[in-house]
Design a protein around this ligand. Sequence first.
Ligand code: NHF
Length: 400
Amino acid sequence: MKVLMVSWEYPPVSVGGLASHVKDLSTALVAEDVEIHLITQGGEGADNFAKEEGVYVYRINKPEISTPDFLTWVMLVNFNFIEMANSLLNKYDFDLIHIHDWLVGFAGKSLKHGNHLPLVTTIHATESGRNHGIYNSQQKYINDVEWLIGYEAWRVICCSQYMEDEIHGLFQTPRDKIDIINNGVDLDNFDVTAPAGFKEKYTTGNLVFFIGRMVREKGVHVLLEAAHQILSAAPNTQFVIAGKGPMLDELKGQAHNSGIGDKVIFPGYISEEEKEYLYQVADVAVFPSLYEPFGIVALEAMASKTPVVVSGVGGLDEIIDDGQDGLKALPGNANSLAEKIIKLLTDQPYADKLRSNGYKKAVEEYSWQGIAGKTNEVYQQVLDEYQTSEWAHVKSGSTI
Ligand code: NHF
């Protein structure tokens, strides 16, 4: 089985959970004997052509000319993806194309039709979900491209029941065309020991950790709203809020204006190693999202044996069994969030119970190998159906 995969993000280019999803999935698929050729954007310090952990990675050049806006830029990048794919299609006999999200949608559609190959689409998140609705023409365009990539796909993969409902509701994609395959976590990455004195770099007290993109949907503003109450109950607490994004300055302003500027550290974009150590030394990891298709970060915390507080939305709601392997707060509710975080900071035996149950769950239910196996089954189903379809005949020249 040879798969041509196209993804906007792949390490070291990492905007969110998509990069780690595509990397861990591709690597695990290689172990299932699937040959993965992955086309993605170029990144600083990364080779343009490389075999990385068994995955053939091809990184494209940036568009040669500047573009008037984001959508035009995305389209130019898609042309560069297609250009790279065409040269590979001359060399390899691919069985199918697998794309991730709307950003690579036109590459997927063109490569499908140009080569009569079946297309598998993973929809990780939707524009409507991210913005709680569609309010302007750019959002409408992205929403329409999301419909298109589902329509063009032989099968659609998504990461939670919540996302199946959303995709079916928004785009009328038939439910029997959608496979739910959850995300996972690479446990080895989080089996680390932070060097002596690492935690003290940040605090000598409690450390509450968040990592993610600084966008409204991640709910960091709710965590900052909750901070006052948390500090009254557990004054020796420091918040470390890692990541970058359009809301970063606003959030720094919020912390400063509410008088807790010295209690919140915004380290910006941090390295993988710093992230793994921070998970390790954190007393609580908090993910207060308002929208979350899956939420790999919760699994990362669980794999690090750190107790988690999440808001009960989307995939997070499905991952956590409240009071057993983590705590769930009401989405967007600072009081509820504060109450859960305080509980974990002040009741050590309870925190330890969640810590060990959370770790057990990550080990037993969220291994990438199982996920790659399920993905491979989807590939096999697509191939079986394709081989007896009109499409395959058109390709082999036996009709028309
Ligand atoms: O984990 C990878 C990621 C998810 O919840 C995440 C999201 C986008 O918002 O599937 O995709």
